[in-house]
Design a protein around this ligand. Structure first.
Ligand code: AHN
Ligand code: ZN
Length: 338
């Protein structure tokens, strides 16, 4: 074809331009489409997918704590584990507070107190406090040989392990609706043995008592507090602890119903349990926060607590990952649905 006229050149030029812009438009549409869907996918992930509680990860955190040996205040193992918990929680939380003080135990011993608090969504008004004790008991007073320290695989390390795994998930899948504070409290288990004279009250839970009187933030309060204590044992049973039911029945209902719904009813028995003296008592009494205790306790056992409780046998052989999975999944699900 021979183009002689200027107008013919112009016409060809226009056709070419139209074709080009056409293909370019098409491409833009495709690109936009991809981008839009990518954005939607991301939003979907952010809004509805919050990961899954990983019992292997929790078990790793548990084993690591136990590897230091008994975490009894005034020992190198206690110091080293405290440092490990600060650095681990710092990887996950928006901010970490450390409370250091000295408290006096029932026998006059001065204990260096080290509470560790990880904060998620610091500015959110609506808050939930999660807590577990990270120290282990200084004496095996439920053994014939009472002179050893408790390793505390279940009594100490298990609650902290579940909370660290929840912290890991909260970092990966940030929560929007609420703020969460994770308090790893110290010196919970330095209480007086049953036969100690003179009888003394409130000798357990020294770390949570201190925190309740001196919260990490002035005028701190929370909608609820959840205590995890001995949440990794074989054949664990969690009854509706009495004080929990009195001061935070709605939350107890929510947790025990969620457990049933998820198929964890064999652990979370929806029945009235006995009253247990634990951190929740002081968090409620002193800081006035409705607090519940998820604790392995069973009215049909001689002492209520697991048979290896406060003995040398509170070690890894009595831990069951399935229990960590049940408690972690239930608590994490309830938090995500708040
Ligand atoms: C008493 O033994 C009084 N209360 C149980 C608190 C506790 C100890 N939790 C774990 N170890
Ligand atoms: Zn204990």
């Amino acid at each position: 074809m021979k183009l002689k006229l200027f107008s013919e050149w112009v016409a060809l030029f226009l056709v070419l331009v139209m074709c080009l812009s056409c293909t370019k438009n098409k491409k833009n549409q495709e690109e936009n489409h991809e981008d839009n869907f990518k954005k939607q996918d991301k939003n979907e992930v952010k809004d509805t997918y919050f990961g899954e509680f990983n019992a292997d990860s929790a078990y790793f955190f548990l084993e690591k704590q136990v590897s230091f040996g008994p975490r009894v205040p005034n020992t190198p193992a206690h110091n080293l584990c405290g440092a490990y918990l600060v650095s681990t929680l710092s990887r996950f939380a928006d901010k970490v507070y450390e409370q250091k003080s000295t408290v006096t135990a029932y026998n006059g011993s001065l204990l260096p107190l080290h509470n560790i608090i990880g904060v998620f969504n610091p500015t959110h008004k609506r808050r939930i406090l999660l807590t577990a004790h990270w120290d282990s008991r200084h004496i095996t007073d439920q053994d014939n040989d009472k002179s050893k320290a408790v390793l505390g695989a279940n009594d100490g390390a298990s609650g902290v392990a579940v909370l660290l795994e929840i912290a890991r998930l909260l970092k990966k899948y940030p929560i929007q609706n609420i703020g969460i504070d994770i308090l790893l409290n110290d010196a919970e288990d330095y209480g007086a043995p049953d036969d100690y004279k003179p009888e003394k009250e409130d000798t357990y839970c020294l770390g949570s008592q201190y925190w309740a009187k001196n919260p990490h933030i002035k005028d701190y309060t929370a909608e609820y507090a959840i205590v995890l204590d001995m949440v990794g044992g074989k054949n664990a049973t969690f009854y509706r602890e009495q004080l929990s039911d009195e001061v935070a029945r709605a939350l107890v209902d929510k947790i025990w119903n969620k457990a049933a719904q998820l198929g964890y009813g064999i652990y979370f028995l929806n029945e009235k349990g006995t009253a247990v003296i634990d951190d929740h008592l002081y968090i409620h009494k002193i800081a006035n926060i409705p607090a519940i205790d998820i604790i392995d306790h069973n009215p049909s056992r001689p002492r209520g607590f697991p048979e290896y409780w406060h003995t040398q046998r509170d070690d890894l052989s009595n831990i069951d990952k399935n229990t960590l999975k049940a408690v972690g999944t239930v608590v994490y699900s309830v938090l995500r649905e708040m």
